[in-house]
Ligand binder design. Structure first.
Ligand SMILES: [Fe+2]
Ligand SMILES: [Fe+2]
Length: 293
């Protein structure tokens, strides 16, 4: 199904806790206690939800002491989306290191894209504090296809990384050339097979070409602009690469002027300072081999 039978990529199965959370949040009226019951089945997930609700990012006045409190703070939609992210990372983060690929920077890229996507989307839709969580989580998960490739085809992933660095090109085109598929297509298949909400699927599937999205195009554009902005301001996870992305191109993608983009950059800087809990999810990542490259 992913071309080239010898390089077949099997999608990982849906983690049990996430399957139950998706089922329970399909009903419109899900109460925090039932959801808490399901979240608590998975201890590492329960910890993440609790830590996140108490993190500076959500600036809660009283401490959430139980998972139910945490769900009330975050809202059931957010918990479902974050549970999806946490389960995906637990299930998919590769245990291998790859020369020239920096996993910590990759995770920081995902978090930076999440914060920026939330901010761009709030601007684009003109409704702050409403529905932005879908943009945050879509930003966090936008490159999930890369995790699937790295786990399923480590040798090929290594070749993709090497070729990108040699030819100074982005991963998407090199993946397509060497694998006959890419992280966009694989991310979309994963989002479908794990029954992610439509907005999340769109953010993952169209973050390099939002103009092709049939619905939720504003969300796809927010994730695309956020991905570009993250690449402009961060250390690249492809060691030694510095993509040259102009503020003008980011503004055009986001549908904002330069002032709007600068405002988002300020929000990203503040958000990253507050994001310690989310960033620390990545503390168990494999040692990166960048120095060995
Ligand atoms: Fe991407
Ligand atoms: Fe990205």
């Amino acid at each position: 199904m992913f071309h080239r039978s010898s390089d077949r990529i099997d999608l990982p199965s849906l983690p049990e806790a996430l399957r139950r959370i998706i089922d329970i949040t399909k009903c419109n009226e899900v109460d925090a206690e039932s959801l808490a019951h399901v979240v608590m089945i998975d201890q590492s997930l329960a910890c993440k939800v609790l830590r996140l609700a108490n993190s500076a990012y959500f600036a809660r006045r009283d401490k959430a002491e139980t998972v139910t409190d945490a769900i009330i703070t975050l809202g059931s939609g957010y918990v479902r989306n974050l549970a999806a992210s946490a389960s995906v990372l637990d299930a998919l983060f590769p245990s291998n290191a790859f020369p020239g690929f920096h996993w910590h920077h990759f995770w920081k890229h995902s978090v930076t894209t999440a914060i920026a996507a939330e901010s761009f989307y709030a601007f684009a839709t003109g409704c702050r504090k409403k529905n932005e969580e879908s943009a945050f989580v879509a930003g966090l998960m936008h490159d999930v296809g890369k995790l699937v490739i790295a786990r399923a085809l480590p040798f090929k992933f290594r070749q993709v990384v090497e070729t990108c660095r040699e030819r100074r090109l982005e991963m998407l085109s090199i993946e397509t050339e060497l694998l006959g598929t890419n992280h966009i297509y694989i991310g979309k298949q994963l989002a479908r097979s794990w029954q992610f909400p439509d907005k999340l699927l769109t953010g993952i599937a169209y973050h390099h070409a939002p103009e092709n999205a049939r619905e939720h195009q504003d969300l796809a554009a927010a994730v695309c602009a956020a991905d570009m902005l993250a690449k402009r301001i961060e250390d690249s996870y492809l060691v030694g690469m510095h993509p040259n992305i102009s503020l003008g191109d980011i503004a055009k993608t986001a549908g904002l002027d330069a002032q709007g983009v600068n405002f988002v950059i300020d929000e990203v800087r503040i958000g990253l300072k507050r994001c310690g809990e989310i960033l620390s999810w990545g503390k168990d990542m494999p040692y990166d081999m960048s120095r060995a490259a």
